[in-house]
Design a binder for this molecule. Sequence first.
Ligand code: NAD
Ligand code: UDP
Length: 325
Amino acid sequence: MPTQSQRILVTGGAGFLGSHLCERLVDARHDVICLDNFFTSQKANVSHLLERPNFELIRHDVTVPIWLEVDQIYNLACPAAPGHYQYNPIKTIKTSLSGAINVLGMAKRCGAKVLQASTSEVYGNPAVHPQPESYTGNVNPIGPRACYDEGKRAAETLFADYHRMHRTNVRIVRIFNTYGPRMHPFDGRVVSNFIRQALRGEDLTLFGDGSQTRSFCYRDDLVEGIIRMMAAPDELIGPINLGNPGEFSMLQLAQEILDLTESDSQITYRPLPPDDPQKRQPDITLARQHLDWQPSIQLREGLKATIRWFRSINFEDFRPPTPNY
Ligand code: NAD
Ligand code: UDP
């Protein structure tokens, strides 16, 4: 049976994940409002949707209240790359907190379902491996990553409290490192940096000794997980981990990208940034059980698609959002 069309707000909808989510929702014939201040994204990410009658774009900052009538809200607005969120850390934490308060207020008023894009960063530099949702984390509250990590933790608190106090219909997903086409080529994240550097014949900048690990999920898998979480029964508020359990060291990632791009670039070592987590791998037992979800695209395949997209773009068309890349 076709699902009923919903009025859906996607904050941060012009970003890397948000733009793909908007595409999926527009294709499913929902009425989609994309709200974004374009801090870390480009209008070009959603320009192909502007002619669709069920898509609207609003330039707005999520820290400022806005009056809309909607049935569902996906709250993705927040800079996500370390270089982006550390550029103006006070603004970052305001975005998480005021943004959460504003979308939760809207959800309470409209009786809407609201999903928070939380992060594996709530686990900080984890002492438990892999990380299940029950692990409460190891975050330095005053370090350079805290504006993001603590902002996202406090946003989870607000979501849980609105649910307890007002029975607001909330969902929390904890997203692990995700990559794919439409990542900003100058966001400073490891996948975009390595691919850009490899394609331009520049040295790949490997931080530390490259032994730190991450688990990379392809964009399409991740967005499917988010949509399933929104559609899940109301009792399932989360948090639920979404990510690909395949774990790789940054040295392995660099070698894989050099191999796939057939680049002659060398690897150059740079100091490890403070508080950089040593390892990260999602335990996705809950997502498997409750959402019947698991990633289907493995790293090599996802990297090939991402590299194809990076080859297709003109880097000069992208304005670096911050000098940190
Ligand atoms: P992104 O930077 O591409 O997207 C974020 C979007 O939010 C951008 O379009 C940006 O312009 C917008 N934005 C930022 N501040 C805003 C504000 N104050 N008001 C309105 N819009 C604002 O990053 P992404 O990777 O697409 O991340 C999307 C969400 O998913 C973020 O909330 C991020 O924390 C979360 N997340 C992403 C990952 C990942 O690996 N991609 C991992 C964990 C969590
Ligand atoms: N990293 C790296 N070179 C780069 C960018 C990042 O070696 O040019 C490392 C970084 O130190 C971290 C990992 O890659 O250990 C992932 O970094 P990213 O910024 O993509 O995301 P994080 O998971 O740290 O938020």
